[in-house]
Design a protein around this ligand. Structure first.
Ligand code: DGJ
Length: 766
């Protein structure tokens, strides 16, 4: 049982006041006004300069002591920059590394917080007011966030600052996790004055790094529909480099994630700082490198589509940002995010369990299905050992194509004469569970819902509306719209035995305007939408805790930590081609665990690329994620079904190693021809190597892959494996023993014999 010693029973040691939360996580040096936040391997140190500026003093490898005097600060002058009022003798505003900044004083870099006051002023001046340190971690009202199950897992520091003139307080919330090298940060602003205050910009975290920008690369994930989260690593240049979304959703274009990777860092070694925003809407994130090479990293809500009116007495809570630091390279950073998100962001019954292996009818039938057809597919699924059949788009209203009926969530009796309950019963009778697709945030102009409530869609008054996939976005900033969605989906889910839901969202915003907001509050639409969405998701997922929920947005268009808080898995991409998935899943794994990635085997030629990967390759790529099929199974040959049966068995046997194991990325498909990933099970006993090549060139060099993370003194026996197309099975040497030292230093040899060929090799520690 965790024992927390209250703050008033404090031990003085080395001039620090120690706060006990399991291990010591947060310490405070009162004399120097320095706070030291420790995780298992990292330290994050901040301190006040004369109550006025909150400095970032250090973030990196764990330090035992931090013997630092703020008077050590360099005070050399820089012409054409100003000295912060009240800080004379402490150098110009822009030489300091800050952990919190506002606009309008001497520091003119992109600020954490930019407020506009009733008198037209944009100048803020916050000073330390008080702080508290406590065991555990607070929930963020209405927002997804990481959590603890026991207060001993983390300590939290809440630092309160106050602007005396404008009567605004800011609370900076920092949580240091004990056993995971992550710091969670967010900001709460309270208007304690009489007048309205506008929040024009609020970052969840900004941090001025101690290191020179030029020593690092900017790594981020970009893409588009069907090619989500490709890895980009670029040198940092002087100026502001930003990734962002203004599309209403976090989007496939950029992900709310980036890393600062030390120039000499690789996948396996070197310093990497990771930043991720747990948020599903418009975000901004990036690095501002100024002329003195100071580096300000920032992440938060995109100010371009945001302006919040804070009334007297009101508070605003920002989303949560996660900061990580690793000296074990980019894979090391990923393992931190994976562990945190898999165990302390995802929630619910399915968080730790192996998920259903499923068959989804979308690519098999699209809108053209009958009850009989669905049953035929389900029967084949049951034969090969699948758990669940998902009915995708097209089961409601008059939805025979994508031109109508979104919003009318009433079963189409022409297609499903026995209703959803009748269909679910038949599928259950075959021994399969039944799952259903929805796109709750949308409305078709051709729908009863739109005809009844045209003002429920996001549209600009007096202007024509731009359609995306023939549809409009429902205005989830309005409570009545959210309530409608909750009621109508509750109704469907209560009237049939539905055990899985796929929650889709298929367009970006346009004509940003709400009929539900007055002119002063239109700038709040996008964030209010996200808050509405989170309320709907929270209500439905807690009302139906036995349903497995999967997020989706035209594939992986909203693959973020916000959704993972409500739904433990997300459809990774509408590109189901194994050759492209080699890259998409590899890129997604930079921040998100394999347990979060929906991944299916589809038919060949692939519907998106026309490529014909073997069934074995398609299986080897899909079994790494949350596995399923997405084709007309009734058209598979007996030979294919027999192979599929083996794939399901393989997934059920080894899925947990991919999902819960430690990931080491050994070769990047963004740098070369291969995507090679190694997974080490939680108990460290099973090691799986997934070697995937893209194009082969004939008579090529042998590729040697050195494994990582093994026990050098242990013996590993190769127990199982195969080459993608089964032609070269002599290459997998079942029964052979290798030392960990050999595997990590000599490695294993591979040749690329066929395009898009995969090899799986599995080792068990003796
Ligand atoms: C987009 C999704 O990503 C697909 O998987 C499918 O559900 C379609 N929408 C259905 O309209």
């Amino acid at each position: 049982m965790y024992f927390y010693v209250a703050i008033d029973i404090m031990k003085m040691y080395n001039n620090y006041i120690l706060i006990f939360g399991g291990d010591v996580v947060i310490t405070y040096n009162k004399e120097k006004q320095i706070f030291k936040l420790d995780t298992k391997n990292t330290s994050y140190i901040i301190g006040f300069l004369r109550d006025r500026l909150l400095l970032n003093l250090y973030y990196g490898k764990k330090l035992k002591d931090f013997d630092y005097n703020l008077s050590d600060l360099s005070v050399h002058g820089r012409s054409l920059t100003s000295v912060e009022a009240g800080l004379e003798g402490a150098g110009q505003g822009e030489i300091h590394s800050l952990d919190f900044s506002t606009f309008g004083n001497a520091d003119l870099r992109l600020p954490t917080l930019h407020l506009k006051y009733a008198d037209g002023s944009m100048v803020s001046c916050f000073k330390y007011r008080n702080h508290k340190i406590y065991a555990g971690k607070p929930l963020l009202k209405g927002l997804p966030a990481t959590y603890v199950e026991d207060d001993s897992e983390a300590d939290t520091l809440e630092l309160e600052l106050f602007d005396e003139l404008q009567k605004v307080s800011v609370t900076l919330i920092y949580t240091a996790f004990n056993n995971i090298d992550a710091i969670a940060r967010s900001i709460r602003v309270k208007n304690e004055g009489e007048n309205q205050v506008q929040i024009a910009r609020i970052m969840s975290a900004t941090i001025d790094m101690q290191s020179a920008a030029m020593d690092y690369d900017f790594l981020h994930l970009d893409g588009a529909w069907a090619r989500e989260r490709f890895v980009r690593r670029q040198p940092i240049y002087k100026g502001n480099q930003e990734i962002y979304s203004r599309r209403g959703i976090s989007s496939p274009h950029h992900n709310p994630f980036f890393a600062m990777v030390r120039k000499d860092a690789t996948e396996l070694n070197g310093e990497v700082y990771g930043f991720n925003l747990i948020y599903s809407g418009n975000f901004t994130a990036g690095i501002e490198c100024d002329v003195y090479d100071t580096t300000r990293a920032y992440i938060g809500i995109n100010p371009f589509t945001f302006n919040w009116e804070l009334e007297s007495g009101d508070e605003f809570q920002s989303p949560e940002a996660i900061l990580t630091y690793s000296i074990e390279g980019i894979s090391g950073m990923s393992r931190i995010f994976h562990k945190l998100y898999r165990t302390r962001l995802c929630r619910g019954k399915f968080r730790d369990t192996q998920r259903y292996a499923l068959i989804n009818n979308w690519e098999g039938t699209y809108f053209n299905f009958t009850e009989e057809k669905l049953i035929d597919i389900a029967k084949k699924g049951a034969e090969i050992g699948l758990d669940l059949m998902v009915l995708d788009d097209g089961w409601f209203g008059r939805r025979n194509d994508d031109k109508s009926s979104l919003g009318d969530w009433f079963v189409n009796k022409e297609k499903l004469p026995n209703g959803l309950d009748g269909l679910a019963e038949k599928i259950n009778a075959i021994g399969m569970k039944f799952g259903l697709w929805f796109e709750p945030e949308m409305v078709s102009p051709d729908s009863d819902l739109f005809r009844a409530h045209p003002d429920w869609a996001i549209q600009a008054k007096g202007r024509a509306s731009s359609l995306g996939r023939n549809q409009l976005v429902l205005d989830l900033s309005r409570n009545e719209v959210c309530d409608y969605i909750i009621d109508v989906i509750t109704d469907v889910l209560s009237n049939a035995n539905i055990e899985y839901v796929k929650w889709d969202m298929n367009r970006s915003f346009s004509e940003f305007w709400s009929f539900g907001l007055d002119s002063e509050h239109q700038g709040e639409l996008c964030h209010r939408y996200v808050l509405g969405l989170y309320r709907v998701m929270e209500t439905l997922t807690s009302r139906f805790p036995n349903i497995l929920w999967e997020g989706c947005a035209s594939g992986g268009g909203r693959f973020d930590g916000g959704i993972l808080y409500y739904m433990p898995q997300i459809w990774t991409s509408d590109c189901s081609d194994a050759g492209e998935r080699m890259r998409i899943q590899y890129g997604t794994s930079i921040c998100y665990p394999l347990s979060a990635m929906g991944s299916h085997i589809s038919a060949v030629p692939n519907h998106q690329t026309g490529r014909e990967c073997t069934l074995a390759t398609r299986g080897d790529i899909a079994t790494m994620g949350q596995f399923g099929y997405e084709l007309d199974m009734s058209k598979m040959s007996d030979e294919e079904l027999a192979q599929a049966k083996e794939q399901v068995k393989f997934y059920k046997k080894y899925g947990e190693v991919f999902h819960k194991g430690d990931l080491y990325r050994l070769r990047s498909p963004f740098d070369g021809n291969e995507a090679v990933m190694e997974f080490i099970s939680e108990d460290k006993n099973t090691v799986i190597l997934n070697y995937a090549n893209r194009l082969c060139t004939i008579n090529n060099a042998v590729v040697i892959v050195k494994l990582a993370g093994l026990d050098p003194d242990a013996i590993y026996t190769e127990v199982e494996g195969h080459i993608g197309n089964n032609t070269f099975s002599n290459m997998v040497t079942v029964g052979r023993e290798y030392s960990g030292e050999f595997l990590m230093n000599y490695g294993l040899k591979f040749t690329n014999q066929r395009d898009f060929q995969t090899t799986i090799r599995i080792f068990v520690k003796k």
